[in-house]
Ligand binder design. Structure first.
Ligand code: HEC
Length: 110
C-alpha cells in the first residue's frame, strides 16, 4: 500500500511539473515575471546613464556584459561621490536609486 502511494506521488510530480508550467506562464505573460535585480538595474543604466554616455562617454556605455565589472565604479560615482548622473537634466528617482542599490548588494563589492 505504501509503495502504491509513493509511486502515485512520484508520478504525479513528474507529470505536473510546476517549473515547466511556470516557463509557459513566463513566455506569455506581459507582467514582470522572472525579472531579476540585474535586469532592472540594466534598465536604469540604459535609460539614465547610457542616454548620455552614448555621446559623452562612449567608452563607458553599460551593457549586460560589462555592468558587473563596472559595478564598483558605478557605486563610487552614484553613491559615494554622487557625480553621476551628471548635470541637472537627468535625475534618478528614489526607486531607481533603490534598484541600483539592490543590484549592487547582490555583487558583494569590497
Ligand atoms: C549627462 C551626461 C551623463 C549622465 C546622465 C551620466 N553620465 Fe556618467 N559620465 C559622463 C561623462 C562625460 C563621463 C566622463 C568624464 C567624467 O568622469 O566626468 C562619465 C563618467 C562616468 C564613469 C567613470 C568615472 C571614472 O572616472 O571612473 C562612471 C562609472 C559613470 N559615468 C557612471 C554613470 C552612471 C552609473 C550614470 C547613471 C546613473 C551616469 N554615469 C550618468 C556623463 C554622464
Amino acid at each position: 500500500m505504501k509503495t502504491i502511494i509513493l509511486l502515485t506521488l512520484i508520478s504525479s510530480t513528474l507529470f505536473v511539473n510546476p517549473s515547466s508550467y511556470l516557463m509557459e506562464v513566463k513566455k506569455y505573460s506581459s507582467v514582470e515575471f522572472g525579472v531579476t535585480k540585474s535586469d532592472k538595474a540594466y534598465q536604469v543604466l540604459t535609460n539614465k546613464c547610457n542616454v548620455c554616455h552614448k555621446t559623452q562617454n562612449p567608452r563607458k556605455v553599460f551593457t549586460r556584459e560589462n555592468m558587473n565589472a563596472l559595478a564598483p565604479k558605478i557605486y563610487k560615482q552614484v553613491f559615494v561621490r554622487k557625480r553621476m548622473p551628471r548635470g541637472n537634466k537627468i535625475k534618478l528617482t528614489n526607486v531607481e536609486y533603490a534598484i541600483l542599490e539592490n543590484w549592487l548588494l547582490t555583487l558583494n563589492l569590497k
